[in-house]
Design a protein around this ligand. Structure first.
Ligand code: TYM
Length: 384
C-alpha cells in the first residue's frame, strides 16, 4: 500500500498523520506495555491520556522513572511560541505537564519563544506583536496552576542574554549541515532562525539531571539534536513524552490555523463562539439525514467532536464507550454529540478563565520572584 502523504515539522503539520510511521521515522519508542502501565498508575485520574494513546511515544521515559525511583530526580521542560492566542491543543500540553509536576514534585521550566516567532518570517509578526502574545499566553499558562516555587517561565528575549555563555557552548556543537538536514533550512532562511535551535535546547540543560519534555511530537527534531550533543557538554540526553495532535475542528485534512479561526477553539472564545464553531464547523461523521443516520449510524472514527471527547474532554471510560456505541448505532444524532462537546468545552473554559483572572499575581513569581526563578536569575552561566 502506498504510504500516505503528511508533514510533521516544528513549523508545519499537515495531511493525515500516520503516528506509527512517525515513531519509525523519528526513531522514538511506542508508549505501551509495562511502561505505559506504570505511567497510568502514577497519573491516576489523568491516566486516560496514556490508556487512549494520546501520549503515544517517548524517549528514555523508562530511565526518567528509574532516576525518580532511585532518588536521583529529574526535571520537566515544555514551551510555547507566542504567535497568537492559545488553542485547546496548546494548553493541553501545559495541563499535562502540571499533572506530572503534581505527581513528581519536580522543577519545571517553561520557555516562551518570542524570539522564534519573530524570526519565523512566514508569520510576519512585528516585535510588538510577539511581546503582546507572550504576555497573553503567559497568563494562560500561569492559570494552569504550576507550583510557583518550582516553576520558571523563561521568556527568551528577557532571559537568553543571561544564559548566553551556555547557549554558545550549545551553538558551537551544531553545524549547519546537521541543522539543515533536521529543520530543512535553505539559503533564504534568515541567520537568526539558523541560530534559534541552540536556544530551544538551552532549558534541557538547566540542571544536571535528566530532563523530561512533554510536547506534541512536532517538537521532537530539537530533542534529536540535543541528544547528539548533551553528553559531550556534561549533561543528560533529553527524555520526551510525545502526544498526538488534537485534530482541527474542521477535520483531519485541515490545519488548526489562526488565519482560519473556525479550525480551533481558542481559550479566549466566548460560549457563543464555542457553540457556533462546533455546530457550524465541526467535522461530523454523521449521515446526511436523520432517517439515514438512524438506519446506518454515525462514524465515530472520523467525527471530530467524538475525537475531542475521546482525546481530552471525557475522562470516564464507560461514558466514552457508551457515547461511541450510541452514536454508531444511530440512536445518538450528530447534534446531540456536538452538544455534549459544547458543554464540556464551555465548562472547561469557564474554569480556566476564572483561574486566568487571578493569574496576574503569580506571573511575577513564575518569571522572577519564586524560588526557582530567583535561582536561575542569580546563576552565573559562565561557570556552568
Ligand atoms: P507551539 O507554540 O507551536 O506549541 C505549544 C505546544 O503545543 C503543542 N501543540 C499541540 N498539541 C496538541 N494538539 C495540537 N493540535 C497542537 N499544536 C501544537 C506543541 O507540540 C507544543 O508542545 N517552538 C515551540 C515552543 C517551545 C517548546 C519547547 C514546546 C520551546 N521549547 C519545549 C514544547 C517543548 C512552539 O512554537 O510551540
Amino acid at each position: 500500500m502506498p504510504e500516505r502523504q503528511f508533514t510533521v515539522t516544528p513549523w508545519e503539520v499537515s495531511g493525515v498523520v500516520d503516528y506509527d510511521r512517525l515513531i519509525r521515522d523519528f526513531g522514538t519508542q511506542p508508549l505501551t506495555g509495562p511502561l505505559a502501565d506504570k505511567m497510568e498508575k502514577i497519573l491516576g485520574d489523568e491516566a486516560y491520556l496514556i490508556r487512549r494513546h494520546v501520549f503515544f511515544s517517548h524517549r528514555d521515559l523508562d530511565l526518567v522513572l528509574d532516576d525518580h525511583a532511585k532518588g536521583r530526580g529529574f526535571f520537566l521542560y515544555t514551551g510555547r511560541g507566542p504567535s497568537g492566542p492559545m488553542h485547546i491543543g496548546h494548553i493541553m500540553q501545559f495541563y499535562f505537564t502540571k499533572w506530572l509536576q503534581d505527581k513528581f514534585h519536580v522543577n519545571t521550566y517553561i520557555q516562551i519563544t518570542d524570539d522564534e516567532k519573530f524570526l519565523e518570517e512566514k508569520r510576519d509578526l512585528s516585535y510588538e506583536d510577539t511581546q503582546h502574545w507572550a504576555r497573553e499566553n503567559i497568563l494562560d499558562i500561569a492559570a494552569v496552576g504550576f507550583d510557583p516555587d518550582k516553576t520558571f517561565i523563561l521568556q527568551d528575549t528577557e532571559f537568553i542574554g543571561h544564559a548566553y555563555p551556555l547557549i554558545l557552548k550549545i551553538a558551537r556543537r551544531i553545524n549547519f549541515s546537521v541543522a539543515r538536514a533536521v529543520f530543512g533550512f535553505t539559503n533564504e532562511t534568515n541567520i537568526g532562525f539558523l541560530f534559534y535551535p541552540s536556544i530551544q535546547i538551552l532549558p534541557s540543560l538547566l540542571e544536571k539531571k535528566r530532563c523530561l519534555i512533554p510536547a506534541a511530537i512536532d517538537q521532537d527534531p530539537y530533542w534529536r539534536i540535543q541528544r547528539d550533543i548533551a553528553e559531550s557538554l556534561g549533561y543528560y540526553k533529553a527524555a520526551a513524552i510525545h502526544s498526538k495532535f488534537l485534530p482541527p475542528l474542521t477535520g483531519v485534512q485541515d490545519k488548526m490555523s489562526s488565519s482560519k479561526p473556525e479550525t480551533a477553539i481558542y481559550l479566549t472564545d466566548s460560549d457563543k463562539m464555542v457553540r457556533d464553531k462546533v455546530k457550524k464547523h465541526a467535522f461530523s461523521g454523521g449521515r446526511d439525514t436523520v432517517e439515514e443516520h438512524r438506519r446506518l449510524g454515525g462514524n465515530a472514527d472520523v467525527d471530530v467532536p467524538f475525537q475531542w471527547l475521546y482525546m481530552l474532554f471525557e475522562r470516564d471510560d464507560k461514558r466514552i464507550e457508551q457515547i461511541r456505541t450510541e452514536y454508531r448505532s444511530g440512536r445518538m444524532l450528530s447534534g446531540e454529540l456536538k452538544k455534549i462537546l459544547i458543554d464540556k468545552i464551555s465548562e472547561f473554559l469557564e474554569e480556566h478563565r476564572k483561574r486566568r483572572d487571578k493569574a496576574h499575581k503569580t506571573v511575577s513569581l513564575l518569571k522572577h520572584d519564586g524560588a526557582l526563578a530567583k535561582e536561575m536569575w542569580t546563576r552565573d552561566f559562565s561557570k556552568v
